[in-house]
Design a binder for this molecule. Structure first.
Ligand code: PLP
Length: 490
């Protein structure tokens, strides 16, 4: 061995054979030996010594009896086993690289960290009615309890007969044409069905028109399925109604479907029949599928009427999604559904794909399916929330008034759901980073909102407030927001 170190002998043996690091790594791979480039660099720099099996490989590959120095041999079993093999780590799949769902993103992470440290946060961020004292009707709870032991098994993958019958009748009331029992699929919330449908429908490179701002799960699921979400603008000046001219501009030969979220999250807009009619015309002209997300259709205020877009498109292939998370305040029970309507022959192959996806997940939560009939029939407690004396309506009025009176804030009055999407004057506040605004508000005032960027809305300076908390809590949060806006500039 003489005076040389192992590293020097290894270097010399490689040079003698004219081998580079990459050559040795390749030879190792061919022989089924795990040797990474960084691992080899460590041997060459003398930072670590190989284990016996690796030493044997290097010796045979280099045709040289490489031996370790006595001291490294002595320390080798303990050290080498810890240091030698680079630690294998695991990343998210690259499929998720361009997927974002920031409603539960970094700002919420910070809020949770603060809460863990004992800070009380006023949360205006999530559209989850139950924690704010909105209770599902007793009858629904009782019916779930009494059917629990009958709902232990899987159901038909599309859902229980009783649930689908009730959904079919609901669709009939909404004027959605031609929905048969076999056209209805229950899901673990609309969320599951959005993902399921996008997986069944979207090929790489397909374009799906999605509103901006949107409920971001749509964009996320289009992207995850390999498609491209092309955002059409909802026009703030027109009360956040879709800009049909912009929709037309964005249709290309790759466009397959258009998503219409009505009533809308995050703006609370309710679309007039004429606008829906215009969207249907664009879809008709370009032979697009209509995907309607109508989960807030029973949370409409000011005596307005919700129109299902599928009712205006009996000749097109439409999928309408709805559920009980919001109208029956049971977001945690996970029950939603979708109904295929209109010209179903156009989507025969797609229906096969949807059936396959539906079968693959076996069925949706059966106890929750068992109360669909009770929930959709009979007394609708949600109606009492949205009349002028109801909690949702009063909280909407209160939040709208307070925000309208704040210096540098402008806001469109929502007509439905329980969200409001205010704008901060760009000249006054100079907001260029929505996330930063939300973080600063959180850290300074302990108020949690969702930044506009989280809804695929590009212009900075917007944010969403959920006005489900009771008025006193909303008042406290709005006082803090007002105070913050007195001094905050970006
Ligand atoms: N669609 C919209 C527009 C939503 O706002 C939400 C939830 O906030 C969902 C779908 C998901 O609803 P579900 O609880 O049925 O999964």
């Amino acid at each position: 061995m003489g005076e040389t170190t192992f590293a020097e002998r290894l270097k010399a043996a490689m040079a003698a054979r004219g081998l580079k690091q990459a050559d040795l790594v390749r030879m190792a791979r061919e022989q089924g030996v795990k040797l990474g480039k960084s691992q080899l660099s460590q041997y060459l720099s003398g930072k670590t010594a190989p284990r016996r099996d690796m030493l044997a490989f290097l010796s045979s590959a280099l045709g040289s009896n490489l031996e370790l120095e006595p001291e490294s041999q002595a320390s080798q079993p303990v050290q080498a086993s810890v240091q030698e093999a680079p630690m294998r780590t695991f990343n998210k799949s690259s499929k998720l690289d361009h997927v974002s769902y920031d409603v539960r993103g970094p700002v919420l992470d910070e809020a949770m960290r603060m809460e863990e440290n004992g800070v009380h946060i006023l949360k205006l961020n999530i559209g989850n009615p139950a924690p704010f004292g909105f209770r599902t009707p007793d009858e629904v709870v009782q019916d779930m309890a009494s059917q629990l032991t009958d709902t232990e098994g899987y159901s038909d993958s599309k859902g229980l007969f009783s649930a689908r019958k009730a959904i079919m009748q609901y669709d009939q009331l909404k004027g959605i044409p031609g929905v048969q029992m076999s056209d209805i699929y229950t899901g673990n919330g609309v969320s599951e069905l959005i993902n399921l449908t996008m997986q069944a429908m979207v090929d790489n490179g397909d374009e799906i028109l999605v509103p901006s701002p949107d409920y971001p799960l749509w964009t996320a699921c289009v992207t995850l399925a390999g498609g491209k979400a092309v955002h059409y603008i909802c026009d703030e000046q027109a009360g956040w109604i879709p800009d049909v001219a912009d929709i037309r501009k964005k249709v290309t030969p790759a466009t397959k479907a258009i998503v219409v979220i009505n009533p809308n999250n995050p703006t609370g807009a309710l679309y007039p029949r004429e606008v829906l009619q215009e969207i249907v015309e664009v879809a008709r002209e370009h032979q697009l599928i209509i995907l309607a997300d109508e989960i807030y259709d029973r949370l409409v205020m000011d005596g307005e009427e919700h129109v299902s877009i599928a009712s205006l498109a009996p000749d097109l292939f439409c999928i309408t999604m709805n559920g009980l998370s919001k109208s029956h305040m049971i977001a945690g029970w996970r029950i939603g559904w979708m109904s295929i309507s209109g010209n179903k022959r156009l989507g025969k192959g797609l229906i096969e794909g949807i059936n396959m996806m539906s079968n693959m997940r076996l069925c949706s939560n059966v106890p929750a399916q068992s109360i669909v009939q009770t929930a959709l029939g009979g007394y609708q407690s949600v109606k009492s929330y949205v009349v002028p004396t109801g909690r949702v309506c009063q909280q909407r009025d209160f939040v709208y008034k307070r925000l309208s009176e704040m210096d540098g804030v402008s806001v469109v009055k929502p007509k439905a759901a329980f969200y409001i999407f205010p704008k901060l004057d760009p000249k006054k506040f100079n907001i260029h980073d929505d996330d930063q605004f939300a973080l600063d508000l959180l850290q300074d005032q302990k108020v949690l909102i969702v930044p506009g960027k989280g809804f695929n809305w590009e212009t900075p300076g917007y944010f969403r407030i959920v006005y489900l908390p009771r008025r006193a809590v909303l008042g406290e949060a709005l006082d803090k927001l007002e105070e913050f806006l007195r001094y905050y500039r970006q």
